[in-house]
Ligand binder design. Sequence first.
Ligand code: HEC
Length: 179
Amino acid sequence: MKGKETAESREGTTDNLWGMYINLLYVIVLSVILLFVYMAVRTDIDSYLNRKIYSAEELAAFQQEAEARERSRVAEMNWDKVVDGIHIRTGLHDDENLQIIIGTCTSCHSAKLITQNSASRDGWKSMIRWMQETQGLGQLGKNEPVVLDYLAKYYAPVETGRRKTLDMAEIEWYELDGE
Ligand code: HEC
């Protein structure tokens, strides 16, 4: 009886030892797995822990920056943008009557025909008459003097010679016939 008990208890001790080893092995394997998992998600955890938390002021500044960008983008697209007195879309000189000129003179051809020409008021008038007689340009009515004033003001004959500036007192000196 006693001997059997001893053998059983010895067997029990060996079982306990194996059990301990197996438990230890579990712990080690589990640790290794956890280590791998940690390594895999480490950068995510780090970036979460180190994430920047913006203050209300910073967020408001971002908002303002975005709005400023949007405003300048809209200004870039501005259909009637004027730079240095030139209406960018058409190339015509800016003026309070510019929209009348655009409406009257750019439906058939580009405004380049205007900007590349120069003439006196009479010269412009005869060009308009020519377009009316041969190119289907309609009557300009009350816009005609407005258009002629505009054309004579910005697209007058330019003196390219000795004189660089226009002298109004001597306007006859270089006035051209226009055609
Ligand atoms: C109904 C259509 C029409 C309208 C509107 C029109 N034009 Fe013209 N215009 C023409 C045609 C067609 C030509 C000839 C184009 C060509 O030769 O390629 C022309 C030519 C011109 C030329 C070149 C003339 C030349 O001798 O080379 C000028 C400058 C001009 N137009 C100015 C104007 C002005 C300023 C207005 C506004 C008052 C105007 N056009 C409105 C049809 C029009």
